[in-house]
Design a protein around this ligand. Structure first.
Ligand SMILES: [Zn+2]
Length: 131
């Protein structure tokens, strides 16, 4: 019953994306900081961010929301890729993770093989990598 209501309510609306999750994360961080420091301005800024995120999720203007998310991913993309690379390297200690210098595709090779020639699976670029 509630699920059907939510499905009907969200029909035709944009929904969540990376920027929405980022805004939600900023809200949580600012909320915790406002509790720790007692600065109400952080709470107000967090409220503005969460309202912006809700507006984006409930919006019916797909093109505008996609353009905003694409602009956000252009800015945050290198940080997101770096964070994912660090996370993979931490979870899989037997492999060395690196990116292709041409297309930035994430690649991996076994550790301890010395300097090797790597051929990127995406673009075919051949480069040397120390593992
Ligand atoms: Zn490549």
């Amino acid at each position: 019953m509630i699920r059907n209501f939510l499905q009907r309510f969200m029909y035709g609306r944009y929904g969540s994306d990376a920027l929405s999750f980022f805004l939600l994360g900023c809200y949580v961080v600012l909320y915790v900081l406002s509790l720790l420091t007692g600065w109400d301005i952080l709470f107000l800024v967090g409220d503005v961010l969460i309202l912006w995120g809700l507006f984006r999720i409930l919006s019916r203007n797909y093109e505008r929301r996609r353009a905003e998310n694409a602009a956000f991913l252009r800015l945050a993309g290198p940080f997101i890729r770096w964070f994912k690379l660090r996370r993979c390297a931490r979870r899989d200690p037997d492999y060395c993770y690196f990116t292709c210098p041409q297309c930035k595709q994430m690649l991996r090779a076994p550790k301890g093989k010395g300097k090797i020639h790597v051929t990127c699976r995406s673009c075919g670029t051949v480069f040397e990598q120390k593992t």
